[in-house]
Design a protein around this ligand. Structure first.
Ligand code: BGC
Length: 772
């Protein structure tokens, strides 16, 4: 398959553009920007012929600092730029500053090669959208694409043409802080989201001044850090690498991603930043990637700490030989590459090839013709655009996951009754604007955030009610002096909304691994104190990872997982709390009952001793109950499984219909056979709502063990009360092939089960057979 894919891709590239095909049949093919244009290649060859070795190395040097003034790491960077010794910079934004530096490169450097400005634009540039884990919970790649397009428009206006996004690392361990930056634990959903980000950032044409390059990161296996500890080592079999961790990268490459960032971690002992197997063999040779590989921040230097290089010179030699084109921050390429070429330790052809790739991107972006950021009419643009803000609210609303909703008289606690009442708003996140932005919020500004407190107060006042606010505690301390006020406030109210969770800056994102996954600080004690008043509580959880909410799941009537929703956090939440919008987000990560279950993911193998039929809610009392793949003190299942999310309405699924129950592996491998599976989904409740219909597969009788379920399709549908819709999926080679015992990606004869349903633990199922 690998060879065929690359060959097919090559053919398509010849005609100038690629289509997003490959892993995701569900996606509509979209034109991806060309990175292979014969005329451009000729211009590059000519330019390369004019460049000195130092100028070539300059294109591979990337300066990373927030300031270019005196005292900064690159105090002489203006001089270096004018000499052509710098190819790209990061963390520099704003029309005035980028244009000023660009002018030095374009007008002063000998060959007038423009600079490329990069930034971590992760979930919005000025208009901050929900964090990526939240955006994945929409299960709607079109929303993610639109958010990325808006981010690209805002960032390019200020000179940024490369974003270090999307992070497409599969994350199966909630302890890892960077789980917030990706699309969760599943490779199929992760692939769909990865391609959507790339399409959004890069648009249909890279030379559109409103397009910026995507950088897919962190290549690869970074999310598999042992014990969820950031930067930790990763041991991965080649099969798991290819089956689980590589697919989102492959999907993004197929969608035309221009750059790839090599990861900090070592994979099976080899640092990802000097790993020729992943960077050259897989990425370039198998996938035909034509773009640029950028190291992660200082990652080339860090190979010394890993222990595979004794000094900077060796670190630079190994990285460039493995396929890293741009040195982000280490400055080891600037320092040693020319010397390494002169001594014959690095062939000049290797440098030429890396420079060619960098220039290819600069040409593709149109930087040679239009190097400058557009001048704004009057000063920098500081106001958010109304349309972008409205979209930020929409995507936030669709990212919230309703985890629990019980009440009296068969009615849930939510939505809130619109009649005037007194609402107690309690918790440290009710009015924290900065936390709503999440980590990596580019040029987002807390002043643009409408908090839950602001939005709820406005809404309740409109109907003559009151909001009583008491923060109760802080996230990062354990001071309980605010508890009494919080409890007294709750007692005066009809209903309590509690806004609890993590500190976005210190507990989520890079270098923010946690071993305690309960509510941080003393928020659990605050929750219990407020719950003791007997008032109904709606728990709104802001977090960048799945938290352990076992106590709340048992004692609190309503729980809404809100993640970090961005600038429109408050308005989005209020519309969901009052039922103007019916919640429809679903989890893209399994929520554990206990941190000891981590790494916890739904698509696990069955083992030889599954605990089927054993009561896991209590410790084993005899050997029949004991000798299973289980814990003696906790259940195996997630508290809330992957794919799960409630609505204010209910949906029912009819038994599945299959177009056939017998397929041939040979025909599937030749792509001449497929199976249609369908169900009818009915809105069996009384409100209109969206349902994400999920398709899962399981294969048995295969040469290697396959997971108990694997997501292979999903679709979001909207149904009026009582309305039904038939939903069908096609299952073919893409859905059924896996890396088998001979490390071939093929369909094997198997007994198969297919599910269509609302989450990874429920649904209608049917069996079929894949014969030889
Ligand atoms: C992170 C990357 C990021 C880079 C540049 C690193 O510390 O791992 O994800 O893109 O910094 O800011």
């Amino acid at each position: 398959m690998t060879f065929n894919m690359s060959f097919a891709r090559f053919l398509i590239l010849i005609i100038g553009f690629t289509y997003s095909v490959g892993l995701l049949h569900a996606q509509v093919p979209t034109a991806a920007p060309a990175l292979d244009n014969p005329e451009t290649e000729q211009r590059i060859t000519k330019l390369l012929g004019q460049m000195t070795l130092e100028e070539k190395v300059g294109q591979l040097a990337h300066f990373a600092d927030n300031s270019t003034g005196p005292g900064a790491p690159h105090a002489d960077s203006r001089e270096q730029i004018a000499k052509g010794n710098v190819g790209s910079l990061e963390n520099i934004t704003g029309v005035a500053e980028t244009n000023d530096l660009q002018k030095l490169a374009v007008e002063k450097s000998r060959l007038h090669i423009p600079l490329l400005f990069a930034l971590d634009v992760i979930h919005g540039y000025r208009t901050i959208f929900p964090v990526p884990l939240a955006m994945s919970s929409t299960w709607d790649p079109s929303l993610v694409e639109r958010a990325s397009r808006i981010a690209a428009k805002e960032a390019t206006r200020e000179g940024v043409r490369l974003t270090y996004s999307p992070m497409v690392d599969i994350a199966r361990d909630a302890r890892w802080g960077r789980i917030v930056e990706g699309a969760g634990e599943d490779p199929y959903l992760g692939s769909a989201m990865a391609a959507a980000y790339v399409r959004g950032y890069q648009g249909a044409r890279l030379d559109d001044p409103q397009s910026m390059l995507a950088c897919i990161k962190h290549f690869v296996g970074y999310g598999a850090a042992e014990a969820g500890k950031d930067y930790n080592s990763v041991e991965l079999s080649d099969r798991t690498l290819r089956q689980v961790y590589l697919p989102p990268f492959h999907a993004a490459v197929e969608a035309g991603a221009g750059t790839v960032m090599s990861a900090f971690n070592a994979i099976n002992g080899v640092p990802a930043t000097s790993n020729s197997y992943t960077l050259t063999h897989v990425l370039r040779e198998e996938w035909g990637f034509k773009g640029v590989v950028i190291s992660d921040y200082g990652a080339i230097r860090e190979t010394i700490a890993h222990g595979t290089a004794l000094d900077g010179k060796t670190a630079a030699r190994k990285a460039v030989a493995a396929g890293v084109d741009i040195d982000l921050e280490s400055n080891l390429y600037s320092r040693y590459l020319s010397e390494l070429v002169r001594s014959g330790e690095v062939p000049e052809a290797t440098i030429d090839e890396a420079v060619r790739r960098v220039l290819r991107l600069k040409f593709a972006l149109g930087l040679f013709d239009h190097p400058y950021a557009p001048e704004p009419a009057s000063g920098e643009k500081t106001q958010l655009e109304a349309g972008n803000v409205e979209f930020a609210r929409t995507i936030a609303e669709r990212s919230f996951v309703l985890l629990k909703n019980v009440g009296s008289g068969g009615r849930g606690t939510l939505p809130l009754d619109p009649k005037p009442h007194t609402v107690a708003l309690i918790g440290p996140l009710a009015d924290s604007a900065i936390d709503m932005l999440g980590c990596w919020h580019a040029r987002g500004d807390a002043k643009d955030v409408v908090t839950l407190r602001a939005a709820l107060t406005a809404r309740v006042q409109q109907t003559g009610g009151h909001v009583l606010y008491a923060p109760g505690t802080k996230i990062l301390t354990k001071d309980d002096t605010g508890f009494a006020e919080a409890v007294a406030t709750a007692k005066q109210a009809d209903v309590v909304v509690m806004a609890v969770g993590e500190d976005a800056q210190w507990m989520t994102g890079e270098a923010a691994s946690r071993v305690h996954l309960g509510l941080p600080g003393n928020q659990q004690q605050l929750l219990e104190a407020v719950a003791a008043t007997g008032k109904p509580i709606i728990l709104v959880v802001f977090s960048g990872r799945p938290l352990v909410l076992s106590w709340a799941a048992e004692h609190v009537p309503a729980i809404l997982q809100a993640w970090f929703p961005g600038v429109q956090a408050g308005p989005g939440l209020v519309r969901v709390l009052f039922g103007d919008v019916n919640p429809s987000g679903k989890l893209t990560v399994s929520m554990p009952r206990s941190v000891g279950q981590e790494p916890l993911y739904y698509n696990a193998l069955n083992t030889g001793r599954p605990a089927d039929g054993v009561d896991l809610t209590r410790p084993p009392t005899d050997n029949r109950e004991k000798y299973h793949a289980r814990y003696v003190d906790e259940q195996n299942t997630a508290l809330f499984p992957f794919g799960f999310g409630l609505s204010y309405t209910t949906f029912s699924y009819s038994p599945l219909e299959l177009s056939t129950t017998q397929l041939s592996a040979d025909a599937l491998n030749r792509e001449t056979a497929t199976l249609r599976v369908s169900t009818t989904v009915k809105n069996s409740g009384t409100r209109a709502g969206d349902e994400v219909v999920e398709l899962y597969l399981r294969l048995r009788g295969t040469s290697i063990a396959r997971p108990v379920r694997e997501l292979k399709g999903f679709r979001r549908i909207t149904l009026a009360p009582g309305e039904s819709q038939r939903v069908d999926f096609t299952i073919g080679r893409n859905e059924l092939a896996f890396w088998n015992i001979d490390m071939k990606d093929v369909v094997e004869p198997a007994s198969a089960t297919v599910w269509m349903g609302p989450n990874s633990a429920e649904g209608q199922s049917a069996d079929f057979v894949i014969a030889k």
